[in-house]
Ligand binder design. Structure first.
Ligand code: PMP
Length: 411
């Protein structure tokens, strides 16, 4: 008789996979235009600059091929601390932990801070991988609603006032700059209110910022002025050494996701614990790609690369939003983001969301249905489109296909 194997750990007994990765099979259909994944445009990768950086990394001898410190490569931590200072935050190399994508940074934070049953606040609609990490940690996820100016701090204040003391939250997760999926920029006064509430109720704020660099120009062509980061707001409002905000960022959207270089800026006790958690996750982020990233940031090519991406993504966003908003009513009402990679849309109630998805796939265009972004009680008449990967002519074609699909799905 064969022995019965021990069961999987409870959170993995019947785990739901990533709702976005489950769309992958559709992508290989011939002629499919994808507005689904948050993939940077391949035409914007600085392949030449990265090839030079890779040569330099290899020319440094064996260090790029050896294991490295868990905290990250010194030169890279230095360069990332400089980015943090350019974004208005105080930071030295020692305040930065390099992670294997910013996805790992969040995963480490959850391991270090969240126990089963702990309350975690999440802006909704939310980045699905965040919901997934919190579900696996068996957190109690409480949604905070958003509007066109980001998470609603009034609703947050009301919710906090009504929560019993034993349900006080450990964390709040937000993407203040050009959120995934809603594309919103959190208003400056809400950043202050958020930090105020974090200090009053004693929870940490995770400020996930992979998209802030991808800000579009203002309508008059001038560079867009950005509100202070939530972490910088925390520096200003909290007593020295008690900033409740952890800042996460990444080179995935601006340089290349394949580097798998993300980073965390946090207080020393939290950084130390995340470093210990990372020791058991992967020992260290690949020293080879860290070294390529450091050489690339030192090469001086990064600002021009980011500027090219801003311009191009703005053109693509306009093609998508104008295509669906101008002329005959498409029944798909789009947000108009001021940066990032995503347009959020609400469907006219006469459109059946499932019929729209099926008709869109049949027409040769795919997006992410909104339900992926809700921990519970989804608004099914919503969807997310990424304008980053397809070129403008493809976006124009995608718009035509979506318009046809919306007509077919209207009851
Ligand atoms: N946070 C958000 C909001 C994202 O959209 C993404 C990528 N889709 C990530 C984190 C993870 O990015 P990476 O691990 O590549 O840095």
């Amino acid at each position: 008789m064969s022995p019965v194997l021990a069961p999987f750990a409870a959170p993995f007994a019947e785990p739901a996979g990533s709702p976005i990765r489950e769309l992958f099979p559709y992508l290989s259909r011939p002629g499919m235009i994808s507005l689904a994944g948050g993939y940077p445009s391949p035409s914007l990768f600085d392949a030449e600059g990265l090839a030079l950086a890779a040569q330099q990394a290899m020319a440094q001898g064996q260090s790029a091929l050896q294991y490295g410190a868990t905290e990250g490569l010194a030169e890279l931590r230095e360069a990332l601390a400089l980015q943090a200072r350019e974004r208005g935050m105080q930071a030295a190399a020692a305040d930065v932990l390099v992670t294997t994508g910013s996805q790992q940074a969040f995963d480490l934070l959850v391991r270090v801070l969240v126990e089963p049953g702990d309350t975690v606040l999440v802006e909704v609609p939310a980045y699905p991988a965040t919901l997934q990490a919190l579900r696996l940690a068996q957190a109690r996820i409480l949604p905070i609603p958003m509007d066109e100016h980001g998470l609603q701090t009034d609703a947050l204040a009301q919710l906090l006032a009504a929560l019993p003391a034993q349900q006080r939250p450990k964390l709040l997760y937000t993407v203040p700059n050009f959120s995934n999926p809603r594309g919103t920029l959190l208003a400056a006064e809400r950043r202050e209110a958020l930090v105020g509430l974090a200090l009053e109720y004693g929870f940490r704020v995770v400020e996930d910022d992979p998209y802030g660099e991808l800000r579009f120009d203002a309508p008059d062509g001038a560079p867009q002025a950005m509100p202070a980061t939530v972490r910088a707001t925390g520096e200003r409002l909290a007593a020295a050494g008690s900033n409740p905000v952890v800042y996460l960022s990444s080179l995935s959207k601006t340089v290349a996701p394949a580097l798998r270089v993300g980073w965390m800026l946090a207080d020393a006790p939290l950084l130390r614990r995340c470093t210990v958690a990372k020791q058991t996750a992967d020992l260290c982020t690949s020293p080879l790609t860290q070294s390529i990233a450091a050489c690339y940031l030192h090469s001086g090519r990064y600002p021009a690369t980011v500027q090219r991406a801003r311009r191009e993504y703005q053109r693509r966003m306009q093609a998508l939003v104008q295509g669906l908003s101008e002329g005959e009513d498409s029944g798909i009402r789009c947000s108009r983001p001021a940066g990032g990679m995503f347009v959020w849309a609400e469907l006219d109630r006469r459109i059946d969301p499932q019929k729209l998805f099926d008709a869109a796939v049949a027409q040769g265009v795919i997006y992410v249905p909104g339900k992926a972004f809700y921990p519970a009680a989804p608004d099914l008449h919503t969807l997310r489109m990424s304008f980053a990967a397809p070129e403008v002519p493809q976006i124009a074609q995608a718009v035509e296909r979506l318009r046809t699909a919306a007509q077919q799905a209207a009851g």
